[in-house]
Design a protein around this ligand. Sequence first.
Ligand SMILES: Cc1cc2nc3c(=O)[nH]c(=O)nc-3n(C[C@H](O)[C@H](O)[C@H](O)COP(=O)(O)OP(=O)(O)OC[C@H]3O[C@@H](n4cnc5c(N)ncnc54)[C@H](O)[C@@H]3O)c2cc1C
Length: 353
Amino acid sequence: MPEEIAIIGGGPAGAAAAVALSKAGLRAAVYEAMDRLAVKPCGRAVPATSDLPLPIPRDVIIEPVRRAVLYVDGVKTVDVELSGAGYIVDKEELLEEWLALAGAEVHKSSRFNPFTGVVRAGGETREVKGGLLAGGVAFYGGEKILAVQALARSEGLKGLDGLYIYFDTGLLGYYWVFPYGDIAEVGVGGYADFEALRRLLERFVEGNELTRGARLTDLSGAPIAVGGLDLGTLKGLVKVGEAAGFVLPLTGEGIRPSVISGYYAGAALAKGDDPISALSSLPVARAVRVQRSILEAVKRMSQERRREFLMAMPAEVHEEVALGSLRTGRILRALASRPDLALKLIKYMGGGG
Ligand SMILES: Cc1cc2nc3c(=O)[nH]c(=O)nc-3n(C[C@H](O)[C@H](O)[C@H](O)COP(=O)(O)OP(=O)(O)OC[C@H]3O[C@@H](n4cnc5c(N)ncnc54)[C@H](O)[C@@H]3O)c2cc1C
């Protein structure tokens, strides 16, 4: 019987960690608070980048991303046809498949109590000593924004051909319209409260030519960790995924960073290495740090400056934002080729106006 390691949370980070542990001959016991996986609201868009340590099984792909369109304050900045750039996935099915692949012992409806360090599983109480904490945003100590989403149904949305993203420099966030089978998913995330975001989303749906007249159902919302990395432990458990801040602050993309962090923390744990230093040196950790610095600077700018800054970014940066594949190197190269922009940004990073 292989050694068993506890993982709190059966989201992307927890499931990926379970696979890494099983590859090293260890078994994961996953404790998930809900009675189903992937209950938390999520756009379910995953870019197909080469840094994903686990392949996405074909049968969980709901839509391949064939086109990406990006607007900044109503001005179209990107419209690209593509193939193989990413997917809209059935997240619950994806997590179930990865956990099955890992041969993990999955306990649903088993909430970990962070104050006592105890979980209840199958009628018995277990004390969790060591392992990974992949419980998501509830365990994150940094800055969070809110996002709300809903399913949208209308004749016009059937066969939607790509990801549509609408940046709003006033909100410092964006709206999205993603295909989801025969319907679409619409959402908005940014610096506003739930009620304000709900109203903004309804107004957006009525004003947008793709979604006008669509019927909205299944409205839900959740926070997103945008404050950068929050590495550490709680009750001896090493935080991974969104709990540790593995979300790209400029785009809110969290599935891929969480999968990467869970996987490599699991691998480090299995080898007897320090998972926190493994997490800290991941390329995606660097991307989170760079994006957080840029977000902080952009937050300090006036709306006019923000728009100017975003519009001056080269088309490739916009394209990668739209695809969710924005690479740190690309941002840094873009800034290097525009010293005027870089200087402005540095000024705002230092808190200047
Ligand atoms: C509206 C919205 C849309 C989004 N859209 C996208 C998108 O399109 N693409 C993308 O990449 N990212 C998106 N994100 C971000 C993404 O959903 C998360 O960053 C990602 O799911 C984080 O993975 P995780 O495994 O770290 O945490 P989670 O997915 O949050 O999983 C954590 C799990 O732990 C469980 N849990 C929590 N507390 C306990 C406890 N005490 N005991 C036991 N279990 C517990 C939870 O029930 C959950 O199942 C979106 C976020 C929001 C809010």
